[in-house]
Design a protein around this ligand. Structure first.
Ligand code: 6PG
Length: 266
């Protein structure tokens, strides 16, 4: 990835950890990466498949993508938008990951509605909704809905202070899923279900981009990146690309706990 000056890159086995000044710098670097991936995918396949993450960190990224200079660099008509996870709330609920992305980005750019693939996690039949979402992914990228997951062009992920990513929370059933691409996952600490993409499909991303910002993420970031393997407790450790590349974009507040080495650019 093209690095501007003032960033620190630490390359570790199969992944790149890029330290940036703050959350805005993380968002700008992520926007550059989205443009890069979109251009490459559209040039190669006439289409760009992106998996959006939820939570609060990506909001600024989505807002940046909706305006110049990034907006005009993406051929929005050729973008297929998916989500990595969703809460069991309707799309207009303040907690909806879809709702956040629609407000910050999708209402402002010309992605054809048929190419915005919302997870219907509010449905009562959540297992059915998960199966149907997997089938929608398969239909969209024209692969069989069973067997090896498709390679999606760019997967955006966040990480919670407990080491979860998407809705793969510590010690929950979905962390151990090895076959299905999308599952309902009951999260005891939230006392609710979530819909989430699973490790098999997440790890098939051609590019996987974690966005992590804030000092509260520091201790878990160090455990995930530098601690011993403990994936049941730290599901973010399970994200290891099988075909593509993994880049962690982290701000200095989160990276402060890292013991890591790496080039320090002035
Ligand atoms: C969700 C997200 C989740 C998120 C992390 C980080 O639905 O909440 O998909 O995995 O990325 O919880 O959230 P913040 O960016 O709000 O810290």
């Amino acid at each position: 990835m093209s690095l501007n000056r003032g960033q620190t890159t630490v390359s570790r086995a199969g992944m790149e950890v890029v330290q940036l000044a703050d959350a805005e710098a993380v968002s700008r670097a992520a926007a550059e990466e989205v443009v890069r991936c979109a251009r490459g995918a559209v040039a190669a396949r006439g289409r760009f498949t992106i998996v959006l993450s939820g939570g609060s960190t990506p909001r600024l990224l989505y807002e940046l993508l909706a305006v110049s200079p990034f907006r005009e660099q993406i051929d929005w008509e050729r973008v297929e938008v998916f989500w990595g996870d969703e809460r069991t709330v309707p799309p207009d609920h303040p907690d909806s990951n879809f709702g956040m992305a629609r407000a910050a980005l999708l209402a402002k750019v010309p992605v054809p509605p048929a190419r915005v693939h919302r997870m219907a996690a509010e449905r009562h039949d959540r297992d059915g909704a998960a199966q149907e979402y997997a089938a929608e992914i398969a239909r969209t990228v024209a692969v069989p809905s069973t067997g090896e997951p498709p390679v999606l062009d760019l997967i955006l992920l966040g990480m919670g202070p407990d080491g979860h990513t998407a809705s793969l929370f510590p010690h929950t059933e979905a962390v151990r899923e090895t076959r299905r691409w999308v599952v309902r996952n009951y999260v005891p600490k939230l006392q609710t279900d979530r819909l989430t993409l699973t490790v098999p499909i997440l790890n098939r991303g051609a590019a996987i981009l974690f966005l992590v910002a804030g000092a509260d993420k520091g201790p878990v970031l160090r455990e995930v990146l530098e601690g011993p393997p403990d994936p049941e407790r730290l599901p973010s450790q399970l994200i290891r690309p099988t075909v593509g590349r993994l880049v962690w974009l982290v701000d200095r507040a989160a990276a402060g706990s890292l013991a890591g080495t790496g080039r320090v650019l002035p």
